[in-house]
Design a protein around this ligand. Structure first.
Ligand SMILES: [Zn+2]
Length: 157
């Protein structure tokens, strides 16, 4: 049998250990709650990442399809241009390409109702008379934007 003093000491130690156990159980509960919150957040973020990834995949697929379409169209246009250029004098093609490079990709414009459709300006009477006098196969150009003017029955001449 232990002494009353030892017994008292043991009881104090037991009480202290019980309190310590209670504190640790509180810590475990808190950690479990935090873990649940973190897991919830992981699920939420994972769903968002998946949704964004689906959008990225969709946009990538649409971009690839558009690129394929553009490539196919570019190939068709290049082929058409080669066929067209074959029938046009080389000097005129060179002139057209030079103007086109300077004028934002448009080297020739329709002359429609006395107006250059390249720069949208109406030709003055002197210019119109020059165009009227020019031979049908002569290359006429807009004095304002330098583009080659394409004459049609609607040119207003
Ligand atoms: Zn013009």
């Amino acid at each position: 049998m232990t002494s009353p003093k030892d017994l008292e000491s043991l009881q104090r130690e037991l009480a202290s250990l019980a309190k310590r156990q209670g504190d640790l159980e509180d810590v475990v509960l808190e950690v479990m709650e935090r873990r649940e919150t973190a897991q919830e957040r992981v699920r939420e973020l994972t769903e968002r990442v998946e949704a964004i990834q689906a959008k990225v995949d969709d946009a990538t697929a649409r971009r690839d399809a558009a690129n394929a379409e553009i490539d196919a169209e570019a190939a068709t246009v290049t082929k058409e241009r080669e066929l067209t250029v074959a029938d046009i004098p080389e000097a005129l093609v060179t002139l057209y390409d030079r103007i086109r490079a300077k004028q934002g990709g448009i080297g020739a414009a329709r002359l429609y109702q006395r107006r250059c459709e390249g720069c949208r300006l109406e030709l003055d009477i002197t210019e119109l008379n020059d165009v009227r006098r020019a031979a049908a196969d002569a290359v006429v150009r807009c004095e304002n934007c330098s583009r080659i003017l394409v004459r049609t029955p609607d040119s207003g001449l």
